[in-house]
Write a protein that binds this ligand. Sequence first.
Ligand SMILES: Nc1ncnc2c1ncn2[C@@H]1O[C@H](COP(=O)(O)OP(=O)(O)OP(=O)(O)O)[C@@H](O)[C@H]1O
Length: 605
Amino acid sequence: MRRLLKNPAGLLGTVIIALMVLLAIVAPLIWEEAATRMNPEAISQGASASHPLGTDALGRDLLARTLVATRLTLGLAFLATLIGTVSGILLGTLPQILPRRAGRAVIAAVDLLVAFPALLLAMFTAVVAGLGAQGAVLGIGVALAPAFARLTHTMTATVAGSDYIAAARMLRVPRHRILTRHVLPNIAEPLILNTAQAMGSALLGLSAMSFLGMGVQAPAYDWGRLLNEAFGHVYVTPSVVVAPALAVSLAGLGFMLLGDTFAKAAAHSREAAGEPVAPVVAPARDEPVPDAVLEVRDLAVAFPGGVTPVRQVSLTVHEGEIVGLVGESGSGKSMTAAAIGQIVPYPGLTGSARMRLGGVDLDGLTDAERRKLLGSSLAMVFQDPTSSLNPALRVGGQLAEVATLHGGATRTEARARAVERLDRVRIKHPDDVAKRYPHELSGGMRQRAVIAMGLMNTPRLIIADEPTTALDVTVQREVLRVLREAVDATQAGALFISHDIAVVSELCDRIAVMYAGRIVEELPADALHLARHPYTRALVGSLPDMDTDRSGPLATIPGRQPAPADVADGCAFADRCTFTTARCAVRPELLTRTDTHSVACWEVR
Ligand SMILES: Nc1ncnc2c1ncn2[C@@H]1O[C@H](COP(=O)(O)OP(=O)(O)OP(=O)(O)O)[C@@H](O)[C@H]1O
């Protein structure tokens, strides 16, 4: 309701439709008599005190008739919309249930009908069904159905490709049950939005049919019929068309605005509750770290409802260095990466005391400058290489685009560079691979192609967010080697995110351990055995090695990490820690133990 009040167009649409519905209920009760009373002395008059919008050819009051006609007009529009949506949705879902060939035939028929002008289709159906309100309603319903069927089919086909539908099929869930339980609930929202707008179209279509004499027939009348009757006098008393024309336009506008409001409300309902609130962080006053390709100080990310997945995270990455960010699922690693790349999803907001990339302070830049800097200096490699590459474009073309867009290269230069970069990430026959589409590549090749894409310009920082999680162990090794070579060759810094402490310790120079949105320990990778924080020690301890007793269960960390909205004031790990004391009710700061080792724990002070 609050959102509706803030959206004037939506509010207007809601008020118009609410008034129309109210009129449809009460107008015939109040003005029926005035609307049907004939007056031979006041035939086809213009506006006057007794008839504010004039009279028709039989001397009946046009304002009263317009108000009374609201019920029939809205009622018929509702019926036509009902016919159109129900038959459209049924038609659109049929191909999911029918055998493949029959399904294709249905879709071909729908495509044919969509191509046919809607009003002609309505008229044709109305003529076949018989002149009058019934025929017109059926005609408009039939005219609305193909667009709904097309929409339903397209959305159903999209949802049908999802993994959860594949899982349901694998479990042998019957087709009709997949449709009603898994498909339709997921496409209901756009269908409802379209229904509101279809109501407007139905109303306009029905009014047009009645105006042409093919809809409601005398003595019944809707707004279109009133327009039809008034039209004969329009040159003598133009005001006679004002009331019905205004009513049709207002209702049409009302339904369109209402559809829009539904769409906006649906978009907002997907967001977390509450308004976005930016974290307040005081800017850093000390000198920036020299030679750092990335310096992040006190980074925080906040979502509405007190969800703060990243709290006071400080990270520094130097040239040619790979820093590993480890932590269990939900500790805020990806969100930290997203905040550095300025791609935190709305309604999340970020704040930091300092954010410098390649020696440039991002907070001091305009949006355009920041985009340019990030586009040319930051390369991001995500977990799923399939979604990082556009399936409709060839690999070489996509890589080349990066160089033309941010590096100012010509097309020929960019293409040559794309092949060279593919070669650099150890892709065999790079010339040939550049011409292929992403689906023609294996997972490991795709991930290497994404790394090559990051290397198209001269990145200062590479952020790799679990780049090998989806790959098997041998391919994983290849990709990690390529990443190390890329860092060594370009002297860029890299932030490598993973939940696998074994992989991180092998690849990285330094490791930052994250727990419940904060960094709890930072140390050189080769000093992992000297880790002091109980969480890091538990992580290291849960790694099996050659001496691990294979007959016993693997070591685990009991308990669970708190959700971002439930992190307590004290040490977030206290619940799961074996060294917890009264002091842990106060959060320990991340303190430097040696030049390269920092820990946030009371126990190790
Ligand atoms: N759009 C969002 N709205 C609200 N909270 C979110 C949103 N996206 C993520 N979060 C929260 O942020 C927290 C951190 O998520 P993040 O993806 O950074 O974790 P992660 O450490 O990378 O985990 P994983 O290893 O599973 O990817 C999660 O607990 C999640 O609940």
